[in-house]
Design a protein around this ligand. Structure first.
Ligand code: DC
Length: 215
């Protein structure tokens, strides 16, 4: 069994930047499970699937989605969707579809398999609780609502997707509510995860703390 560092936390807590750097420094692969949810939601949305519709229909259509992560790029049936999945709308669809059992079960195996073949840093909402409950290192990354909204505001504006601070805050609150209150695999702080509030921590300090934990 390969080594797994599992990192959970709400949207905008800095999981991606942190996980990417931890993986680079330890020579592990980085598994961005949010990208899988975003890519599958993009596919289902394009196919006109109703997120409230029956699970068997969602599964049947989902079978047509071949999602591949290649370094930083995300491919959906060989189309590079790396940018398309990063819009606020794509994030919203991912959050809505991720509440569905069919979607979670479909992506569970892909995530589990990724942890079999090589050492990984896996980040998402249910890494420490559902997908890799036996991970060697478990981390819960958090930050204040305002801090997370400010990060989202900066990132989207830098990418040329203008958003106001108020919209960023609304988006963070809406996603927190949905991710924490869904019936299946909600985002929860696992008791055996190291809790890190990154509101006033620099990126390097967070990465160093996790690497210390891993060693
Ligand atoms: O981390 P992110 O913003 O890219 O994730 C997008 C959505 O996908 C998030 O709102 C909830 C869902 N998600 C999930 O339910 N479980 C995961 N392990 C990762 C993401």
């Amino acid at each position: 069994m390969a080594r797994v560092i599992a990192i959970d936390g709400p949207s905008g807590a800095g999981k991606s930047s942190v996980s990417r750097l931890v993986a680079k420094r330890l020579g592990y692969q980085y598994l961005d499970t949010g990208a899988l949810y975003r890519a599958l939601a993009l596919y289902l949305t394009r196919k006109g699937i109703d997120p409230e519709g029956p699970d068997d229909k969602i599964v049947n259509v989902a079978k047509g989605a071949e999602i591949r992560l290649d370094g930083e790029r995300v491919f959906l049936n060989d189309e590079d969707v790396s940018d398309a999945i990063r819009t606020p709308e794509a994030g919203h669809h991912a959050s809505v579809f991720s509440a569905r059992k069919s979607v979670r079960e479909y992506l569970f195996k892909i995530q589990k398999d990724a942890g079999q073949s090589c050492d990984i840093v896996a980040e998402g909402r249910d890494m420490t609780t559902v997908v890799f409950p036996n991970a060697r290192v478990k981390i819960y990354l958090d930050a204040s609502e305002e801090g997370r909204a400010a990060r989202r505001y900066r990132q989207l504006n830098e990418k040329g997707m203008p958003i106001t601070m108020e919209e960023a805050l609304d988006d963070v609150r809406e996603r927190d509510f949905r991710d924490k209150n869904r019936d299946i695999a909600p985002l929860i702080r696992s008791e055996d995860a190291l809790y890190l509030d990154t509101t006033n921590m620099g990126l390097e300090a967070v990465v160093d703390r996790i690497i210390k934990e891993a060693q």
